[in-house]
Design a protein around this ligand. Structure first.
Ligand code: GDP
Length: 831
């Protein structure tokens, strides 16, 4: 300091006295300011004792910096000295903090490395577990525990102290914790800034090395495993060794619920859920897990796995091949295809009318989706009366190929049209022989030869053109050629040598299915093999039932139906879908089991296609089990066919939570009684190509019943789906926004117990919901009363920062607890 005091900036000092200088007086009245080397002196006087921790200095600074709180009797000079000393201390502290931050970053990197290592270790362990027998592994573990115990006793004092602290923080390693979580906690602890008094010790202990961490980890895990085993042993009765437990063969299907799995292993559900948690799978008792996960669990519990495939579950279905000597000829099943307006429906009607003996008892025709006729020569033919290739293809897509012969209708006054070509392709793709019916031959402009030559272009060579495809000229209007057509079909059937075994359990295909108001679910089944009898127990698609009654195509009750016979089946537990296969089984239990299995599989497939099974979905499903919202509707349509189609389409709208319920469906104008019914159930009335009559309109206006008119089924279904979506409850999603760890617990008068926390992840927000976790068990859920940073109330604290938290109406907080901070959002859903 060579400059004179004149240049020094002046502070609030006593006049004449300059800081750091002494006024010297000489003879002759001269004076001189001598700079005193105050630096070292000040340091000696005012620097805090080396043993004083830096953190304390800061706190002291905070107090002394406040003039109001300055202790009495301290002179300015003294204060100044102290302030400078504190400044130095602060600088040091800053340095310290920087160093610590660096260390922390290093630790974090190390922690990541270790976690990665641990993950790898876990993977290796899983692989090992699969190879080694459980017994051997147990032995190994026991040996390891013994060795480690010895190691603990022999361990030097300092690491032991560290251990003690660690043990103190985790008094009882809970079996619920995953290894990774426990690892993370320990490492968090290591990474936590040291508190006064601990710093030295921590430093002496040095950084946690990988080996140390892993060693500690291994020890804790094994202890936890030991405890788990002991607990299990205790529960199983005194003196029983867990290793002596019964090893079971556990059958695992493609998907199994946690509860069912526990039952099959004869283990407690809670233990299975814990084991799943250790594998990182959060599952409830009713949640379905896949076969691979289930297999790991079964192995973990020391049982033997036997995987069951879909075929095994369905073993009850008789699939034995028929012996040739058991086979008997059966009628052919015929589908009529062709371009629109070429006369498919007319032809089906004409065939039916001419061949159902008039005046026969019960001779009124019933539309059940198929009918049988007998030709003059005595051959029986079964016609599917849903013409067109859409039904044919959709059935085939569902694995039900029921058609033996296709009759291709082409109008003689027209030509081969796009749908004619499509029909040809479909028949060829299915490998089904064709017979060409050249229709409308009665028309003056009919030109059957044009049809024949047109067909050549599509590789259909009819007999008249020296090919092998039979062709018959017919008129649905006059009935001309119909018998020829039937004989041609009978001939084709003979060539095909269609056979089936009537003396076995029936198998059939659903041609049509509906929910009948009076009779319940009704399915028209075309028996393909065996004989279906009244009283038979069957499974059909995802449904099952017991045949209560069988009705033939004339609406007559029959006791049995053999091969190629279409019958209406009553006694189902639900409405199956067209194309579903019906199989007769021996017992109701078998039928139910198979149906349940198929339904579960279908649900799982749907869930998998939509999204992974989340906890939210499960919660939603659980809720749905309890209350299903219903959207009731009344449907009136112009024809029965449309009404049925609408009802079927509407029944498909919805999910586990919401469904559309058709209160009534009928044909004709909307009447007052429809409106009355709708009003009683607060339902809208839907008119498809029909209108409300005047009294109904008046009643609807009075009672506030909504009437909607449609002429397109898709529009109708879309609107109803949108309405049903409105009934869906908003989905509440939870979002974790942060985690904090309680480092210390203080008692603050007026507030109660306050947790001194470190936000370890994300952010802590005052407005958010909080859960208090102790050993990964939720002990409290609620909201925050205070969130403060130092003395200030704040709305948010970021990760890595310390803060104070107090809970609303909850006081039992402890050091080491973890606070989970989450927010909820509601999301509107749609079907
Ligand atoms: P689809 O659309 O193929 O089912 O055809 P339809 O059976 O509905 O018949 C369409 C139209 O052709 C109707 O107006 C029938 O009356 C008429 N039609 C059907 N077959 C014949 C026939 O053999 N001769 C005449 N003249 N008209 C027919």
């Amino acid at each position: 300091m060579s400059d004179t005091g004149d240049k020094k900036p002046l502070g609030l000092r006593a006049p004449g006295a300059r800081p750091g200088s002494v006024k010297q007086s000489f003879s002759h009245g001269r004076t001189k300011n001598v700079v005193v080397e105050t630096k070292s002196r000040k340091r000696v006087v005012a620097a805090p004792p080396p043993s004083a921790p830096a953190g304390t200095a800061t706190r002291a600074a905070a107090i002394l910096g406040d003039p109001a709180r300055r202790p009495a009797g301290i002179s300015d000079a003294e204060l100044e000295r102290r302030m400078k000393a504190l400044a130095v201390a602060r600088a040091r502290e800053a340095e310290e903090a920087q160093r610590r931050a660096q260390e922390e970053a290093e630790r974090e990197a190390e922690r990541q490395r270790k976690l990665a290592e641990l993950a790898q270790r876990e993977a290796e362990e899983a692989a090992r577990a699969e190879e080694a027998r459980r017994k051997a592994e147990e032995e190994e573990r026991r040996a390891a525990i013994a060795a480690r115990k010895a190691a603990v006793q022999a361990a030097p004092a300092a690491p032991a102290a560290v251990e003690e602290r660690r043990a103190g923080a985790a008094p009882s390693p809970s079996p619920r914790k995953t290894d990774r979580e426990r690892m993370g906690r320990d490492l968090d602890k290591a990474a936590r800034p040291a508190r006064p008094g601990r710093e030295g010790e921590e430093r002496r202990g040095g950084k946690l090395t990988l080996a140390q961490a892993l060693d500690a980890e291994g020890r804790q895990r094994s202890l936890a495993a030991m405890r788990r085993k002991q607990e299990r042993a205790r529960q199983k009765g005194a003196g029983q060794e867990p290793r002596e437990k019964v090893v079971r063969d556990v059958q695992i299907p493609e998907a199994i619920t946690v509860g069912e799995l526990a039952q099959r292993m004869a283990e407690r559900v809670a233990d299975v859920i814990k084991a799943l948690m250790r594998m990182g799978v959060m599952a409830t008792q009713n949640q379905t897990i896949d076969a691979d996960t289930a297999e790991l669990i079964v192995e973990e519990f020391g049982h033997r796995v036997s995987r069951v495939s879909a075929a095994d579950v369905e073993h009850a279905i008789d699939t034995v091949e028929d012996r040739p000597e058991d086979l008997r000829p059966r009628p052919p099943v015929i589908t009529i295809m062709g371009h629109v307006d070429h006369g498919k429906t007319s032809l089906l009607d004409a065939i039916r009318k001419t061949n159902v003996v008039a005046g026969e008892a019960g001779g009124i025709t019933q539309h059940i989706g198929a009918y049988q006729v007998t030709t003059d020569s005595g051959a029986v033919l079964t016609f599917l009366d849903t013409p067109g290739h859409a039904a044919f293809t959709s059935m085939r897509a569902r694995g039900a190929q029921v058609t033996d012969i296709v009759v291709l209708v082409v109008a003689a006054d027209d030509a081969v049209m796009p749908q004619t070509v499509e029909a040809i392709s479909h028949a060829k793709a299915a490998g089904v022989p064709m017979i060409v019916a050249i229709n409308k031959i009665d028309k003056p402009d009919a030109d059957p030869n044009k049809v024949r030559t047109d067909l050549l272009q599509h590789e259909v060579v009819v007999e008249k053109m020296s090919g092998d495809v039979q062709d018959v000229e017919v008129s649905a209007k006059t009935g001309q050629g119909l018998d020829d057509l039937l004989e041609a079909i009978a001939l084709q059937a003979e060539i095909l040598e269609l056979k089936a075994n009537p003396d076995r359990a029936a198998r059939g295909a659903v041609i049509e299915a509906k929910l009948d108001v009076g009779r319940g679910p009704v399915a028209t089944v075309l028996v393909q093999n065996g004989t279906l009898r009244q009283g038979d127990v069957f499974v059909v698609g995802e449904k099952w039932g017991k045949v209560r009654a069988l009705l033939n195509d004339r609406g007559e009750r029959v006791t049995e139906a053999g091969p190629s016979v279409p019958v209406e089946v009553l006694g189902l537990n639900g409405t199956p879908e067209a194309g579903d296969t019906l199989d007769v089984v021996e017992t109701e239990a078998q039928a139910r089991e198979i149906a349940d299995y198929r339904e579960r599989l279908a649900r799982e497939t749907r869930a998998a296609a939509g999204a992974a099974t989340t906890l939210e979905q499960l919660m939603a499903r659980a809720r749905a089990d309890k209350d299903v919202a219903e959207l009731p509707v009344v449907v009136k349509a112009d024809v029965q066919g449309s009404a049925e189609a609408i009802v079927q389409a509407l029944e498909k709208v919805g999910n586990d939570e919401v469904r559309v319920r058709v209160l009534h469906s009928g044909v004709g104008a909307i009447t007052e009684s429809d409106v009355g019914l709708a009003e009683a159930s607060k339902a809208p009335v839907i008119g498809f190509n029909v209108r409300a009559n005047a009294p109904a309109r008046a009643a609807a206006g009075q009672k506030g019943v909504e009437i909607r008119y449609y002429s397109i089924i898709y529009d109708l279904v879309d609107d109803i789906r949108a309405a049903a979506s409105g009934l869906l409850k908003d989905e509440v999603r939870e979002k974790f926004i942060g985690y904090a760890r309680i480092l210390e617990v203080f008692k603050v008068s007026g507030v109660g117990r306050v947790a001194g926390c470190l936000v370890t992840e994300g952010v802590a927000r005052k407005s958010a919901g909080v859960r208090l976790l102790r050993d990964n068990v939720v002990v409290h859920e609620g909201t925050l009363k205070t969130l403060q940073r130092f003395k200030d109330q704040v709305q948010e604290v970021q990760s890595g920062q310390e803060c104070g938290m107090a809970f609303d109406n909850y006081d039992d907080i402890r050091q080491g607890d973890v606070i989970e901070i989450f927010e909820r959002e509601t999301v509107a859903r749609a079907l």
